[in-house]
Design a protein around this ligand. Structure first.
Ligand code: ECB
Length: 134
C-alpha cells in the first residue's frame, strides 16, 4: 500500500523553527508571532497530485504540485522569495527542493503512525514540525 497523506493534521510541536526563520531573514516581530502559532495542515492527495493548505490565526499558505513536475512557488506570506520547486518521492517520503536565492532550501514530509512530520531546511538550519491526525 502506498503512503496516504490525505487528511487534516493538527500541530503538536516544533524544533528549531526560530533558527529556520532567521536563515530566511524573517524579521523579529514576525518571528515572535510565528513561534506561537499552531498551524493546521489539510493535505489532499490523488495519486501523485497533492495540495497542501497550511492555515493559522496569522497567515495561511497554499501549494499544489504533481510529483516530478517543476512549479513556480511564491512563498507568499512566508518570506515572499520566489523559488522553482519540485517534489519527488524518496521511498515513503515526499521531498521538495526549493531552488532560489537561498541555498539548501526545501522540505520533507513523512508519516509515522498517526503523526505527520515536516522537516524544513534553509542553508544550515533544519526545523522539524510534528502534526497529529485530526
Ligand atoms: C502558514 C503558517 C505559518 C505562518 C508563519 C508566518 C510567518 C513566518 C514566515 C516565514 C517562515 C517560513 C515558513 C513557515 C513554516 C511553515 C509554513 C508552511 C511551510 C511549508 O512550506 O509547508 C509545505 C509543506 O507542508 C507546504 O507548502
Amino acid at each position: 500500500m502506498p503512503v496516504d497523506f490525505n487528511g487534516t493534521w493538527n500541530f503538536v510541536r516544533s524544533e528549531n523553527f526560530e533558527s529556520y526563520m532567521l536563515a530566511l531573514g524573517i524579521d523579529f516581530a514576525t518571528r515572535k508571532i510565528a513561534n506561537l502559532l499552531k498551524p493546521q495542515k489539510v493535505i489532499k492527495q490523488e495519486g501523485d497530485s497533492f495540495s497542501i493548505s497550511t492555515t493559522s490565526t496569522f497567515r495561511n499558505y497554499f501549494v499544489q504540485f504533481k510529483i516530478g513536475e517543476e512549479f513556480d512557488e511564491d512563498n507568499k506570506g512566508l518570506d515572499n522569495r520566489k523559488c522553482t520547486s519540485v517534489v519527488t518521492w524518496d521511498n515513503d517520503k515526499i521531498v521538495c527542493v526549493q531552488n532560489g536565492e537561498k541555498r539548501n532550501r526545501g522540505w520533507t514530509h513523512w508519516i509515522e503512525g498517526d503523526e505527520l512530520y515536516l522537516e524544513l531546511c534553509c542553508e544550515d538550519q533544519i526545523s522539524r514540525q510534528v502534526f497529529k491526525r485530526g
